[in-house]
Unconditional design. Structure first.
Length: 269
């Protein structure tokens, strides 16, 4: 990857409620056009790192984002994640979490339009524009949802619903899309569908980079350009997915022969 650096993390440390750090000095970069996957056993800090990037958790060290929004005061100049306002951050970073089921029967179109919230005016000026509507139309088409635009999201299957949330993220037009185990609880068809649509989105330039947390190592290998292996709050290995998944570090972290396990899983699918 030789693209512009969109995320630069240096010696990042973070935890919960003043307890011992879960992240213990993580450093990495993410470039334009890159799909970076994060793997590791439960409790290793994968989701904590994503929450720092999403602005949910405070951190120490440096987490710098390179804003690309033309309305930002100094686009293209890296800035600390903590210095971005919520509105500025929403124009740069979107989060697609694990599948959650809705309570209110908003339509598919209304739900995707919510992704444009941070790009609309404030107060009495807040209303959808022609650009908003075009972004929603395109996001619906890209995620195969055009025919479902008027259907209440409470009537959708899990796979359809996760596509709606992905379309909302596309409509948000972020530079960076964070995936927090987005295919969890989905069958294999919808797992591949979500990841393939996300990959197609980054090829179109929306978003510009993707950082995803995965438990399924086969999906992580299939999706990622770069794989980061975490263990006890630090990075144990990183690089080409095949190299990481066949190296010594991954066997030590998972306490098993991962290459053999992946071969067995591939044959059983």
């Amino acid at each position: 990857m030789n693209g512009q650096i969109l995320v630069s993390i240096t010696d990042c440390r973070a935890g919960y409620s003043g307890k011992t750090d879960v992240l213990c000095g993580v450093s990495l970069t993410v470039r334009r056009g890159e799909r970076l996957g994060i793997i590791g056993p439960n409790g290793c800090g994968k989701t904590t790192l994503l929450r720092v990037l999403a602005g949910i958790l405070p951190y120490r060290g440096s987490v710098r984002i390179c804003p690309v929004d033309p309305d930002y005061p100094h686009p293209g100049e890296p800035v600390e994640r903590s210095a971005l306002t919520a509105r500025q951050a929403a124009r740069e970073v979107a989060l697609l979490s694990q599948l959650s089921f809705p309570v209110f029967p908003y339509t598919v179109g209304e739900t995707v339009l919510l992704g444009r919230y941070a790009r609309q005016g404030t107060g009495w000026k807040r209303s959808s524009t022609a650009e908003d509507r075009e972004k929603v139309r395109k996001a619906l088409a890209d995620c195969g949802l055009t025919s479902l635009a008027d259907r209440p999201i409470t009537e959708l299957s899990g796979g359809q619903l996760q596509r709606v949330y992905l379309a909302r993220a596309f409509a948000q037009a972020p530079a960076i899309l964070l995936l927090d185990e987005p295919t969890n609880h989905l069958d294999i068809h919808y797992q591949l569908d979500i990841l393939d649509r996300t990959a197609a989105g980054i090829q179109r330039g929306e978003p510009l980079a993707v950082i995803g947390v995965f438990h399924d190592l086969l999906l992580a290998r299939r999706f990622s350009d770069t794989l980061v292996l975490m263990d006890e709050g630090t990075i144990a290995d990183s690089g080409n997915p095949d190299a990481v998944l066949s190296g010594d570090a991954v066997n030590r972290v998972y306490r098993m022969n991962v290459r053999e396990a992946l071969r067995d899983l591939s044959q059983s699918r």
